[in-house]
Ligand binder design. Structure first.
Ligand SMILES: NC(=O)c1ccc[n+]([C@@H]2O[C@H](COP(=O)([O-])OP(=O)(O)OC[C@H]3O[C@@H](n4cnc5c(N)ncnc54)[C@H](O)[C@@H]3O)[C@@H](O)[C@H]2O)c1
Length: 254
């Protein structure tokens, strides 16, 4: 039977056209949410909208929307409030990182990664804050295993900085939100099977590092990340704030 934990709750999902974003939109909708998607890439955002509607869910989508632009963030929040009358959940999922080893990391790659992985979380959360205050809402940020550990073979210096920032601002948001009934938490996915990570399965070195370090000895699925996100977004997590859930098959624990 369908779980109705998010019935009547309006949930913004950033990066709704991506792998984890799409899985989250489908999961939120299946739990009864009004979903507000947004993405830089119109085609993939539209495909998510199509899939949610085909599954009988309620969703609007604002695209293309570049969330490194505060006016676009405000536009997404305004659309949610106008269409559904308020905002209960903000899922900061959308992000783009640029990878290089330190000596090849250009100033531009560094700054773009911080802008497109961290600044947009600040801009979107600030834009959503007044509406979240009204609702006593929940924020779920997508951090990463890279916020916790260096990953062999991954030239993720800027990505580590940005996701470390996402992880730590989540604690501050929880603290600042406490008087308003706002909870803030994050998830830290390990290696999740997406179009960008599927090559790992073909490469023995990457398999050793990415799969061998997971107790479960496999990649995670986007839907498995969405399940943890849905818990944190829901009232089932009513006494959970300022923390992080690892969704990494056990990497962090051995
Ligand atoms: N896939 C993994 O293994 C993995 C592991 C750890 C963390 N994560 C995190 O999970 C989140 C989603 O990752 P994914 O694998 O689904 O990636 P993805 O590339 O499939 O999805 C990201 C989406 O965000 C959108 N986006 C990027 N920049 C944007 C911007 N400025 N404005 C609006 N939309 C923007 C992209 O267009 C894309 O649709 C990211 O925060 C990522 O860092 C993923």
């Amino acid at each position: 039977m369908m779980n109705e934990r998010l019935r009547g709750k309006t949930c913004i999902v950033t990066g709704s056209g991506g792998s984890i974003g799409r899985a989250s939109c489908l999961r939120f909708a299946s739990e009864g949410a009004n979903v507000v998607g947004c993405d830089l890439i119109a085609e993939s955002a539209e495909e998510t909208l199509r899939q949610v509607e085909a599954a009988g869910g309620t969703m609007i989508s604002i695209h293309p929307a570049d969330l490194t632009d505060k006016a676009q963030c405000e536009r997404v929040v305004a659309a949610a409030v106008e269409r559904f009358g308020g905002l209960d959940v903000l899922l900061n999922n959308g992000a783009m990182a640029y990878f290089a080893w330190i000596e090849d990391m250009s100033d531009e790659m560094w700054r773009k990664t911080l802008n497109e992985e961290l600044d947009l979380v600040f801009l979107m959360t600030r834009a959503a804050w007044p509406a979240l205050k009204k609702a006593g809402g929940a924020i779920v940020n997508v951090a990463s295993l890279s916020a916790w550990a260096g990953i062999e073979l991954l030239p993720g210096l800027a990505h580590c900085a940005a996701k470390g920032g996402v992880l730590s601002i989540t604690r501050q948001l929880a603290m600042e939100g406490r008087h308003h009934g706002i909870r803030a938490n994050s998830v830290s996915p390990g290696t999740i099977e997406t179009n960008q990570t599927r090559f790992i399965l073909e490469d023995p070195d990457w398999c050793r590092v990415q799969l061998g370090r997971a107790m479960m000895n496999r990649m995670g699925q986007p839907s498995e990340v969405a399940a943890a996100i849905a818990f944190l977004a829901s009232d089932d997590a009513s006494y959970v704030t300022g923390t992080d859930i690892a969704v990494d098959g056990g990497v962090r624990a051995w």
